[in-house]
Design a binder for this molecule. Structure first.
Ligand SMILES: [Zn+2]
Length: 150
């Protein structure tokens, strides 16, 4: 799986586990809240800069192929192997861009799982409402007032 997606999913999964864990585990993880929020912010940035990195890769790859006349061999109908006589030989295909819908979904999942972890910390009175607001802002989201009533 792609690095950008895998990284975000790994952090989401971790935060979901914290959210549903025993209170004493949540309290323990809360001690590292700044670390985790930093991880989340870095991962959001990694997602948001994906297209820029992808374009760099695509452009540099094309430059190299053009400059070196790089050819990849296709399967040959005579010998059945990848072979220089195959008619399908040609320039290598460009890299495949990740779907923006997938990236959007992974980004939302990451923010949601962070939000629910913060909410659990708030309900356990590890965070004041004001601190909860600030931390939500740090990850680009806001509190749904109905979540505070439960
Ligand atoms: Zn052949």
């Amino acid at each position: 799986m792609m690095y950008t997606v895998e990284k975000a999913n790994l952090i989401s999964e971790q935060l979901r586990r914290f959210t549903t864990g025993y209170a004493h585990h949540v309290a323990g993880q809360f001690a590292n809240i700044e670390f985790w929020l930093h991880e989340v912010q870095e991962s959001i940035k990694t997602i948001d800069e994906y297209n820029k990195r992808f374009n760099n890769i695509r452009d540099e790859q094309k430059k190299w192929i053009d400059a070196h006349g790089t050819v990849v061999y296709d399967y040959c109908s005579i010998c059945g192997e990848k072979c220089e006589l195959s008619e399908g030989n040609g320039n290598p295909p460009p890299p495949v861009r990740a779907s923006s819908n997938e990236l959007k979904a992974v980004r939302k999942e990451l923010i949601d799982s962070t939000y629910f972890f913060l909410l659990r910390c708030y309900r356990m009175r590890l965070l004041t409402k004001n601190m909860l607001e600030i931390k939500c802002e740090e990850i680009g989201t806001s509190i749904d007032p109905s979540d505070l009533e439960k």
